[in-house]
Design a protein around this ligand. Sequence first.
Ligand code: AMP
Ligand code: MG
Length: 483
Amino acid sequence: MMDKGFNFKNSYIDLPDIFYTLVSPSKVPDPKLVILNNKLIEELGLKLDELQCEDGLAILSGNKAPKGAVTLAQAYAGHQFGNFTMLGDGRAILLGEHVTDEGNRFDIQLKGSGRTPYSRGGDGKASLGPMIREYIISEAMNGIGIPTVRSLSVVTTGEEVYRETRLPGAVLTRVASSHIRVGTFQYARGLNDIQDLKALADYTLERHYKDGIKEKNPYVYLLKEVIKKQATLISKWQLVGFIHGVMNTDNMTISGETIDYGPCAFMDTYNPETVFSSIDKYGRYSYENQPSMAEWDLARFAETLLPLLHDDMNEAIKIAQEAVSEFHNLYTKQWLSGMRKKLGLFNEEEADKNLIEGLLTIMKKYSADYTNTFRALTINKYEDTEIIDKEDFNQWINLWKERQSRQDEKEEAVLNLMKNNNPAVIPRNHRVEEALDYAVNKGDYSVLEKLLEVLSEPYSYSKEQEEYRAVKTKVNYRTFCGT
Ligand code: AMP
Ligand code: MG
């Protein structure tokens, strides 16, 4: 049953009923295409020409379910800023799991397609600006090489949604290796039925961590692997200055992909205390807190698994604590290794950590731009930094050059390593705002398309990327949850 190239095999419905509710997307009056991800369509083996036509838009707007789809909303819970709440897909509906010719399975989900039993007071809808924003940032993250959910399309619905003002409604089609969250496990554990919890854990192993099934205790394996995946993910965020903004447990995936692009943004000026989200009043999810907050979320995940880790609760707690305490080491190791690459270092020396911290201290002291400083170091254009005339920066460069001389690799290899680890462009906040303004207020998608193109290959150091490195941070730039 192929429709537009979709090959739906729906496994989530085999979980106990409590994990989802079958529900159809709401009909919308006048779907119009804003953006379609041609490359992703190709990667998934979908049919571009068919998705572009009226019938395709009907699917991407929720007006028509493609053949083979069994549409549903997933149940989950979560700690939001530390408080436990029952949640679930309140404005997202899963169309189904698309299985590619290579056998890879992807959730295809509509976001903003109307109310579900988990909507609580919300309307289940989304407005155009936040959906384009998610599209831009998620695709930029993918370009950088950070595990993330992807964006397939944005369509406007032809109806208005009511927020502080009236805004054009839109539906984003999101692609993920799954939408199983730490919050899904919290939901299962909260139900107090060990069989349901086990069903979810077994399903997750089968879908994401198959190698664990043959282990003596597959659930210990699951816990450790998720911790590893998250340590990798968070180190990648830190290395490029990505601030997620709302690292609640419902926004942490078991697959290790970045999800929930609400109030996220990239840091311009290097300052570990940076927070963009308007609702994060106490800086819980600031840049510097991200690793420890991830560890906190993973501790909540470990708690959900306790009954499966060992028959003896004390033993189970010991296993969980040991696994979670590994996060810090795993994270630090990968961060350090990533930083070495950013500085063109192939071998390891004990003092590298000091060298790295020396640079960060200088960047903080002079409010240097994080991305542009590494870019300038990469291409030897120190004049492109705002700290070129600072004595301590120049001293640091000498130390760094000396350090580089203590390795065998030639200049060209160093340049390549640095180019491949220091994005020349990131989605600068003012550029994202500009693209949104043109798209939402003027109906002009060309600025958006150009931005997406530039962001798709951040390591190319192309001529056209030059103008996108300019910084224009509004004082106290604020982001909002895209409801
Ligand atoms: P988020 O802040 O996007 O992580 O969402 C937190 C919870 O609120 C999730 O259960 C969402 O599905 C739900 N939610 C967010 N926006 C809406 C909306 N407009 N209508 C219904 N539910 C929503
Ligand atoms: Mg969420």
